[in-house]
Write a protein that binds this ligand. Structure first.
Ligand SMILES: Nc1ncnc2c1ncn2[C@@H]1O[C@H](COP(=O)(O)OP(=O)(O)OP(=O)(O)O)[C@@H](O)[C@H]1O
Ligand SMILES: [Mg+2]
Length: 256
């Protein structure tokens, strides 16, 4: 199959207000795509349209050749925001099990097999030793990894992640990006990642989409991550250079 995600002429938004407009997009099987763009440019809206949780005003969305809702068990989604209240009354493994509820059904209790799948997903993200810990007691980076495990528990073929590294330190970001790279190359999961941390990720990316309500530019990282485009994105002059296969971006602080 050529495009595992295919959007044609998609316009979507909220209460008749357009948030993304005329989106045409083809995501290739087993590729690793980065979505970048300023705040409010429609990145989360785009992911919601792909997962089927938001219906477009116009245009068509296909995932594995079908409307997203029909293949939702093949789609893993790590949302930008989630409840991380320290008093949240669930353990790490229970949070992962919620990811299986579309499969288990809300009224049924998880069986042996479900618990085993949840444990395997926690093992994949390196947190099996935390399975019984209250979710709210984990660090920010660990919570993000539990959320990735939750999306992985259903054994998806495509994984969409909305800024999974925001607010994390450099080491935690590295752990998450390396995990995504492994899922992409070893398990052949197609990955779509919304991120602001492009410096650490460009060597893994096949494709970059720069959103600004419309697709402003899309292509391979070298094409898209040019000085001109990134100065536009950050609203400040930038320097772009290459190091260890990564494209690095240095933003000049205009207030310095
Ligand atoms: N639930 C909602 N109801 C109404 N308007 C919304 C809703 N969610 C987003 N919007 C609007 O849609 C537009 C795009 O928002 P979206 O969340 O997709 O942007 P984003 O690129 O993900 O931003 P950020 O980088 O801040 O996460 C914005 O103008 C936003 O105000
Ligand atoms: Mg967002």
């Amino acid at each position: 199959m050529d495009c595992v995600v295919e959007l044609a002429g998609v316009t979507a938004g909220y209460n008749n207000k357009v948030a993304i407009e005329d989106i045409n997009l083809c995501i290739k099987e087993r590729s690793f795509t980065g979505i970048i763009g300023p705040n409010g440019s429609g990145k989360t809206t785009l992911l919601r349209v792909i997962t089927g949780s938001l219906h477009p005003f116009t245009g068509t969305v296909k995932v594995f050749g079908h409307p997203p809702i029909r293949v939702r068990n093949r789609i893993g989604y790590v949302p930008q925001f989630f409840n991380d209240d320290p008093y949240i009354p669930f353990s790490a493994i229970e949070v992962v099990l919620f990811g299986l509820y579309p499969n288990i059904g809300m009224v049924k209790r998880p069986g042996h097999k479900d618990i085993e799948r949840a444990r395997q997903a926690l093992d994949t993200v390196g947190l099996l030793d935390k399975e019984g810990e209250p979710f709210g007691h984990l660090s920010g980076g660990q919570k993000r990894r539990v959320m990735i495990a939750r999306a992985l528990a259903g054994d998806p073929d495509i994984l969409l992640l909305d800024e999974p590294s925001s607010g994390l330190d450099v080491k935690s970001i590295r752990i998450i990006l390396d995990l995504l790279h492994r899922l992409n190359t070893e398990r052949n999961i197609t990955i779509i990642l919304v991120t602001h941390n492009i410096n650490q990720i460009t060597s893994y990316l096949d494709y970059v989409v720069y959103m600004r309500k419309r697709i402003y530019v899309a292509g391979n990282p070298k094409e898209v991550l040019s000085k001109e485009v990134l100065s536009e994105l950050y609203g400040a002059p930038v320097d772009v250079f290459e190091r260890n296969g990564n494209i690095c971006v240095l933003v000049e602080d205009s207030h310095a």
